[in-house]
Design a protein. Structure first.
Length: 303
């Protein structure tokens, strides 16, 4: 299996620059999360990667070669707007799509059978798409991206609208595809899932790469914080404490960023003077903490 390279992609829609020289690489076997607010450019990037949209500049490479109709036929793509034929049955749909990708009638049938089993759709094979729940439709959409056993998986918001069981199935399939060596690129708003699944992430903002790297790498660039719970202390003590550079109040405690030159003992001593310390623990920054400054909530889609 080979790497998928997004190489200096730029794309304009009229006046709007949707992608501005965006580059990143998804190595084989890696689960790569693609994160950013609405309108940041994720869908545009993925559509260009699978060849349904053309870039103004830059290119997508697979195994070092520019992607063409031959290589992109080996990609599995789950689009954001789910394009299934409402009156077709699940089985017919999947067989049809597999044949479109070049499988023989027999292989297409086998692929349909095995994927509907894997994704717990076996009972639904003869249902029409419009009779399915949203979660099952999404399972069909995933099966549709997989029936031709693709070498690359590109999934646009695969988890949106899924119930927890379907999320588990989806996550399983993503992991297995990566374990088989496929580069897997998926976008998601659900940062907890991105955190669970991904080896690396790219944060995109206004069509540009705001950050890219392994979760641990990105984490180490973030100031570590301390969770502190003190009972009986005055409400305003952290503001007056020299060891505290910044803090946030949480349900039952404070999340504290230490001031330069101070350590946890300084904080503990100060807190003990204020009340009874119930808990003091270093806390790893979550993706949400890390991306707070990178994701622009005001970056609305104006489509
Ligand atoms: N077909 C289109 N015509 C005009 N503008 C578009 C079109 N598709 C996307 N855009 C614009 O391009 C930008 C990036 O959109 P998109 O790639 O869908 O972002 P994301 O998937 O991150 O939400 C947005 O500003 C959006 O409004
Ligand atoms: Mg999108």
């Amino acid at each position: 299996m080979k790497p998928l390279e997004i190489n200096a992609l730029s794309k304009r829609y009229g006046e709007r620059l949707a992608l501005d020289s965006l580059s990143f690489t998804v190595p084989p076997g890696e689960i790569f999360g693609f994160v950013g607010s609405n309108g940041a450019g994720k869908t545009t990037t993925m559509r260009i990667a699978v060849g349904v949209l053309e870039a103004d500049e830059g290119e997508v490479r697979y195994g070092g070669e520019p992607v063409d109709v031959h290589s992109s036929a080996r990609f599995g793509y789950m689009p954001e707007e789910r394009g299934l034929y409402p009156k077709m049955t699940v089985a017919k749909h999947l067989v049809y799509l597999a044949q479109l990708h070049g499988l023989s009638a027999k292989d297409a049938r086998e692929a349909m059978t095995s994927w509907t089993e894997r994704l717990h759709l076996a009972e639904r094979r003869d249902s029409t798409i419009d009779a399915l729940s949203l979660g099952n439709r999404q399972r069909v959409q995933l099966a549709a991206a997989l029936v031709h056993d693709p070498d690359v998986l590109i999934l646009d918001e695969p988890f949106s609208g899924l119930d927890p069981l379907a999320v588990q199935d989806m996550a399983q399939v993503i992991k297995q595809k990566a374990a088989e060596g496929a580069p897997v690129l998926f976008s998601s708003h659900q940062l907890d899932l991105v955190e669970q699944l991904c080896d690396r992430v790219a944060v995109i903002r206004h069509g540009r790469l705001a950050a890219c790297g392994s979760l641990d790498g990105l984490r180490s660039a973030e100031p570590a914080r301390i969770f502190l719970q003190v009972d009986g202390a005055r409400n305003d003590w952290p503001e007056r404490c020299a060891a505290v550079a910044g803090f946030e109040r949480h349900d039952n405690g404070l999340l504290i960023e230490l001031a330069a030159g101070h350590d946890e003992n300084d904080l503990l001593r100060a807190a003990m003077e204020q009340g009874v310390v119930r808990r003091l623990a270093w806390q790893r920054p979550t993706l949400t903490d890390m991306f707070r400054n990178l994701i622009d909530p005001a970056e609305g889609s104006v489509r």
